[in-house]
Design a protein around this ligand. Structure first.
Ligand code: MN
Length: 443
């Protein structure tokens, strides 16, 4: 696992103005893709520092880096992070160290690197990676229990849950960047039950139970060859970093379609991701013990290690905010619906990678894993409306008197994340936001 090093030193400050108290201080250095807004420049990779973006292509042109750091910066010339991701953890770490040294207050590089900065407000951001495959997991036992209770009040968790990181293969073509609107989908609905038992026809209409799911997105760095599993000890070296992910869900479409093969059109109409990927190395100060409550079974050996137990979990605070049309018109700003931490997940990032590859399945650079909806053990940390409203039966009253069971057109859902720990500089994941727009008109 990544050890703490000089790049995590909380006393470091940057010569980039106002970076130190932002989501993106010098201890963070997250990666994304951008170009100047309104230009016909090529998209290229950059690193966020405060409200600025350090242009990796411009930095590579300066020719001041060497070794693996130079190789990594050169890969930053591409319009996606995939090549850089595929270079592996040693290259990512070398580039991070070089950037940390060059961006520090007092660094001689300030005179030349300043020309490589682009204000984020002048930039057009793009999807950080070409996502080849998207896999969504189900790693919050609190979410799984809350959902299971809606259908099986006395037996909410299925017997496999405690043993297998449950997942399914999603759709990568509809992974979209924060800010892009999400159109309410239409689809089939469960047929009404006829009194005489005759077969009814399913409904076909706009989803009336549109929901969000608070998740982390995990981007794969170095891949593995087909047939070659990634052990738990190696797994972190295959993770590039994490972002925020909203796995939009149409609960009424899902209820009718999901058996026996699982989620399909209720899920694949949109998956929103935040623009900046925070590397696993940047998250090192926020590692914490991965534990199971007393009496819960030990995982199978391939998913267990002393190191994983000691520091396999990540304490990332996660929030969901909602801004309705009425809030926007009143200028009150969004309202927070929930807050929790990723540390409560039943499975760690490394366990997801190891389980995903245990059968020989190959992961490739830029592949995206969703953690699944992240709900915590306490009230107020539910990561989806279906949990907050008990399947739509208990509407949520907002502070302005509006109510929601599921999302309305015009609602903007905002997911935010940040990390704080004693002896560490606070870092943020930024946010992912998107507005729900009306469904297409049906003839
Ligand atoms: Mn999901």
């Amino acid at each position: 696992m990544t050890q703490l090093n000089e790049t995590h030193d909380p006393t470091l400050t940057s010569w980039v103005a106002d970076a130190d108290a932002s989501d993106f201080p010098i201890q963070n250095l997250p990666f994304g893709v951008f170009r100047r807004e309104g230009s016909d420049e090529a998209f290229r990779c950059g690193v966020a520092i405060g409200d600025q973006i350090l242009d990796l292509a411009a930095l590579a042109d300066l020719g001041t880096l060497s070794g693996l750091a130079a190789t990594a910066a050169d890969a930053g010339r591409d319009a996606t992070l995939n090549r850089l991701m595929g270079l592996g953890a040693a290259a990512h770490s070398a580039l991070r160290l070089a950037l940390s040294r060059g961006l520090r207050a007092g660094a001689a590089e300030a005179t030349t690197w300043r020309a490589c900065l682009v204000p984020e407000e002048d930039a057009e951001l793009a999807l950080p990676a070409r996502v080849g495959d998207f896999t969504d997991f189900y790693t919050s036992i609190h979410h799984a229990t809350n959902i299971g209770r809606l259908f099986r009040p006395n037996n909410p968790l299925l017997p496999n849950y405690r043993w297998i990181p449950i997942g399914y293969h999603g759709r990568s073509s509809s992974v979209i960047l924060s800010g892009a609107p999400v159109r309410r989908p239409v689809g089939q609905k469960r047929p009404p039950v006829n009194e005489d038992g005759s077969p009814a026809r399913p409904g076909f209409s706009a989803s009336a139970r549109m929901d969000y799911e608070l998740e982390l997105g995990v981007y794969i760095g170095a891949g593995n060859a087909l047939g070659e599993p990634v052990s738990l000890a190696q797994a972190d070296d295959h993770v590039f970093g994490v972002s925020l992910l909203n796995d939009w869900s149409a609960r009424d479409i899902q209820a009718w379609e999901y058996q026996p093969l699982g989620p399909f059109l209720a899920k694949n109409f949109a998956t929103s991701v935040s623009p900046w990927i925070v590397t696993l190395e940047a998250l090192a100060p926020f590692r914490t013990a991965w534990t199971r409550p007393e009496g819960e079974p030990e995982p199978l050996a391939y998913l267990d290690s002393e190191r994983e137990r000691a520091e396999g979990a990540l304490d990332i605070t996660l929030e969901v905010w909602l801004e309705t049309t009425a809030m926007r018109e009143a200028g009150t700003g969004p309202e927070r619906l929930s807050v929790g931490s990723y540390k409560h997940a039943w499975w760690t990032l490394a366990q997801l990678v190891t389980h995903h590859t245990v059968n020989g399945c190959n992961l490739t650079p830029g592949d995206l894993l969703g953690t699944g909806t992240l709900s915590g053990p306490e009230a107020g940390s539910e990561g989806a409306l279906i949990e907050i409203t008990k399947g739509g039966k208990e509407p949520k009253t907002l502070s302005n008197g509006e109510t929601r069971t599921f999302l309305d057109d015009g609602d903007v859902v905002i997911l935010r994340g940040w990390c704080q720990a004693p002896g560490a500089q606070r870092i943020g994941l930024g946010e992912v936001h998107a507005m729900v727009t009306p469904a297409r008109t049906l003839a």
